[in-house]
Write a protein that binds this ligand. Structure first.
Ligand code: FVH
Length: 303
């Protein structure tokens, strides 16, 4: 590198580190600590606070505040990553939020997120809610594919976009503060359905001479292939025509369910995870929807 290149590179580094606005982070649990480390590594001046002060030892380089009040006063952007909505209320109870940009990455319900947005705005803050689609080891590792859903103040999101993009990808899903939590919980609920199916599958082979380690890739590949079906479901929900592009209709699938139940019985496996889904399929068939896809089950769930 020539002298002039080295100088301009040094200038660039200085400009970058001085142009980064300070960030305050409340909460140094597993996730908060991972977040903190990425902001520090990226050169953001970071102030942290945690209810149990010892945990701040894990984030060398951050300024450690003695109280949530002091931490919030230190930066315009205040990120909160605590256990639940109750802990957010407790941590911020006596804190002056006027003029602050509050980003709440704590997992909550959509209703709690909306109420928290109203609460924060009532105290003079702009509010953005976040739903983290990552586990701590994925934070600060772009190739891991983690990201955060954001919803609420678009202005806040745009102003702090660069800082918010440091720990993980960002996906803004609307002005409704509850939407990030709703997307988060919807995806995780889908995940638990998948885990339930996988648990049933493993139970079926559990007592046989079948190596679960050899079985796992078969199951994973099958689930990944079948997961693509959600695009067809979405298209049908949008058009309202549940017979559009049907490959395996409901009547055929319901006819196959006794085989699954008899197999479970034969293997000494409880059908409690799959039977509720089959019951919904039968209910939909009973109203004359045999030519449809499985999409009608979605409507049966709506109370
Ligand atoms: N860890 C994960 O895999 C998931 C990934 C997806 C998103 N979640 C959510 O992130 C929030 C924080 O999770 P976490 O992993 O950091 O959780 P913990 O390690 O258990 O740390 C909890 C922090 O909350 C503080 N805290 C708890 N109660 C209070 C309170 N009443 N007042 C003030 N702070 C409180 C706790 O402080 P301390 O116990 O160290 O004193 C920790 O800082 C969460 O919503 C996940 O669902 C993580």
């Amino acid at each position: 590198m020539s002298r002039s290149e080295a100088w301009s590179s040094l200038e660039g580094m200085t400009r970058n580190s001085t142009s980064k606005s300070p960030v305050t982070l409340l909460g140094l649990g597993a996730m908060g600590t991972a977040l903190a480390r990425t902001w520090l590594a990226a050169g953001y001046p970071l102030t942290v606070w945690n209810r149990t002060p010892d945990r701040a030892e894990a984030v060398a380089g951050a300024k450690v505040a003695d109280s949530a009040h002091e931490a919030v006063a230190a930066s315009g952007l205040v990120v909160v990553c605590l256990l639940d909505d109750e802990s957010v209320g407790a941590a911020l109870a006596d804190v002056d939020l006027a003029g602050k940009d509050l980003v709440n990455l704590t997992t909550t319900t959509p209703a709690q997120a909306r109420a928290r947005a109203e609460w924060a705005e009532g105290r003079g803050a702009r509010y953005l809610d976040g739903g983290i689609m990552a586990v701590p080891p994925m934070i600060g590792v772009p190739e891991a594919g983690g990201y955060v859903f954001y919803s609420g103040s678009r202005e806040l999101f745009e102003v702090h976009r660069d800082a918010l993009a440091v720990p993980a990808g960002t996906r803004y899903v609307g002005e409704d503060a509850g939407f990030a939590a709703l997307h988060d919980v919807a995806l995780l609920s889908g995940m638990y359905g998948m885990f339930a199916g996988a648990a049933h599958a493993f139970a079926l082979i559990r007592r046989e001479d079948i190596d679960p380690v050899a079985f796992a890739p078969l199951l994973a590949d099958w689930l990944a292939a079948m997961a693509q079906g959600v695009h067809g479901t979405a298209a049908q929900l949008k058009s309202g025509d549940y017979t559009e592009g049907v490959v395996s209709n409901l009547a055929m699938q319901v006819a196959g369910t006794p085989t699954f139940l008899a197999t479970a019985e034969g293997q000494g496996v409880s059908p409690e995870l799959i039977e509720p889904y089959f019951a919904l399929m039968r209910r939909r068939l009973d109203v004359g929807s045999g030519e449809e896809d499985l999409t009608g089950v979605v409507d049966l769930l709506l109370r």
